[in-house]
Design a protein around this ligand. Structure first.
Ligand code: PNS
Length: 161
């Protein structure tokens, strides 16, 4: 049984994240989408909102669950008995940071392996940060996030469309 975790802030979940969830869930037996409860980070959506948004989008995927975690990822992985970390690589700029995290996690627990999926081309530019920047100016989000989240994101910026 290969249980993997796809960790991240998901603030908010983008179509790029959904692409990684769909593709990695076909590779592993069980995929846990792990939402980081990072109190130091000023997030647009609360932890509960982020978890429930991902649940809405993954409801019909039988081997995908969603949960949140605090603290070190490797500690949480021990708790849920996951051994694989899934991350998406968009461009070479992601590589150095991702390599450091993957190697640190592997040193911390040699049973933990990180697998990287290269993002689909149409999402290679996309990040939650860019979505937030775009949304804050009332930009069109249809190509960036699941349609059902668009109004919820604008609401955070008091924008009515
Ligand atoms: O979507 P993000 O914000 O790029 O995800 C980063 C994440 C959640 C994968 C990373 O910050 C993380 O795993 N944080 C938990 C603390 C930890 O274990 N850090 C890695 C060891 S240096």
């Amino acid at each position: 049984m290969k249980r993997a975790i796809y960790p991240g802030s998901f603030d908010p979940l983008t179509l790029g994240h959904m692409d990684i969830i769909e593709r990695s869930s076909r590779i592993v037996d069980e995929l846990v989408v792990g939402v980081l409860n990072n109190s130091a980070k000023n997030s647009l959506f609360s932890l509960d909102e982020r978890v429930s948004m991902i649940k809405e989008m993954t409801d019909s995927m039988p081997n995908v669950t969603v949960s949140s975690f605090d603290g070190l990822l490797v500690d949480y992985m021990k708790e849920i008995q996951a051994t694989i970390i899934v991350r998406g690589l968009r461009a070479v700029t992601d590589f150095e940071y991702e390599l450091q995290i993957a190697q640190t996690n592997h040193v911390e627990n040699p049973d933990v392996e990180t697998i990287f999926l290269t993002t689909s081309l149409q999402y290679s530019y996309l990040s939650s940060t860019i979505v937030k920047e775009f949304a804050s100016y009332g930009g069109d989000l249809t190509k960036f996030v699941p349609a059902r989240f668009i109004d919820r994101i604008y609401e955070k910026y008091h924008i009515s469309k």
